[in-house]
Design a protein around this ligand. Structure first.
Ligand SMILES: Nc1nc2c(c(=O)[nH]1)N[C@H]1C(S)=C(S)[C@@H](COP(=O)(O)O)O[C@H]1N2
Ligand SMILES: [Mo]
Length: 313
């Protein structure tokens, strides 16, 4: 477990204003940003121009309020209301991502090197949490495959490992002696899963920059897997030749596997995964039947042909 020994100031206090706003200016300069305004000392959400995607579902998205006030982001606490309450203190600009491991172009990439405004799409996906609830979210993002291509994996690359920010002075649940999880939060995918066109890096939702509680400024979204695979606030992407460790698997290996594909036929040891509560549906709304691969069986089933999905849960 990590122990924070460093200073107690906030990053925002030591970040010069010019640097603080540089990301939005860069995105605007590249032509994808149609409106960015600042209010006082902090910038408000920027608006993105996106193109629609054939990968979107037709379901009506949940409200902005549902999506941004009912969250799992344990770095800010384990209650669903904690991320919205506490994530405002997170500094997300400037932001960089280390891309390393089995790639020909390793390096520390600025967010503006990774996010190409012209490639942003709206992706309306259902998020199915392993806790058996779901909601529909209109993400703004682009294929993870684009970033992997930029880094140019070498022939030894078989998996992609992801890491969330570790910054206890801005993430209150990372402080203190008793920790809910081992930090930083880590996740991973097989390379073919990572390259699948459904797998995106999201930078926004409802056409605006991601609120911090949803994983600003850059988070993974893998819609056919349980929500915990969709790691937030990413600072490192490493290509590896062995299956990387994942936070919830480390925490409870019998309950959370590496694959964690949505599967109504494989129960969690403590509850059924056959149905899900629809967030925002109201008290009397019926539960929804959970779909194999969260509805994407046709698109991703072949990735797992010949695999025993009960063993590889
Ligand atoms: N770093 C980090 N990423 C995370 C989590 C977390 O606690 N920490 N929670 C996961 C879980 S359990 C879910 S269901 C989704 C929730 O995403 P949302 O709050 O944007 O709906 O984020 C996932 N990514
Ligand atoms: Mo989740």
């Amino acid at each position: 477990m990590h122990r924070w020994m460093g200073p107690r100031f906030k990053y925002s206090e030591i970040t010069p204003k010019e640097v603080y706003f540089s990301r939005r200016q860069l995105l605007a300069g590249a032509g994808g940003l149609i409106a960015a305004h600042t209010t006082g000392a902090t910038a408000s959400a920027a608006t993105f121009e996106t193109s629609p995607s054939r990968w979107s579902i037709d379901d009506r998205p949940n409200s902005y309020d549902d999506i941004t006030s009912y969250n799992n982001f344990y770095e800010f606490g384990y209650d669903k209301a904690d991320p919205k309450r506490h994530a405002g203190q997170l500094t997300t600009d400037p932001w960089s991502v280390v891309i390393d491991g089995k790639v020909r172009r390793p390096g520390t990439y600025g967010l503006e090197d990774i996010v190409k405004p012209a490639s942003l799409e709206e992706r309306i996906y259902r998020l199915r949490c392993v806790e058996a609830w779901s909601m529909v979210i209109p993400w703004v993002g682009f294929p993870l495959a684009d970033v992997l291509a930029m880094a140019d994996p070498d022939s030894g690359a078989k998996y992609v490992a992801f890491e969330t920010l570790y910054r206890p002075e801005e993430m209150p649940a990372q402080r203190g002696v008793f920790q809910s999880l081992d930090w930083p939060y880590v996740e991973g995918l097989r390379l073919d899963e990572a390259m699948h066109p459904l797998t995106i890096l999201a930078v926004g939702l409802y056409g605006e920059e991601l609120p911090n509680q949803n994983g600003a400024p850059l988070r993974l979204v893998v819609p056919w897997k349980y929500g915990f695979k969709s790691i937030k606030s990413i600072v490192r992407i490493s290509l590896t030749d062995t299956e990387p460790p994942t936070t919830w698997n480390l925490q409870a290996p019998r309950e959370y596997g590496f694959y964690s594909n949505v599967n109504p036929e494989v129960s969690h040891p403590r509850w059924s995964q056959a149905t899900e509560r629809v967030v925002g549906g109201g008290l009397l709304s019926p539960r929804r039947d959970t779909e194999m691969f969260n509805g994407y069986a046709e698109a991703v089933g072949s990735l797992y042909s010949g695999m025993d999905l009960k063993k590889n849960f």
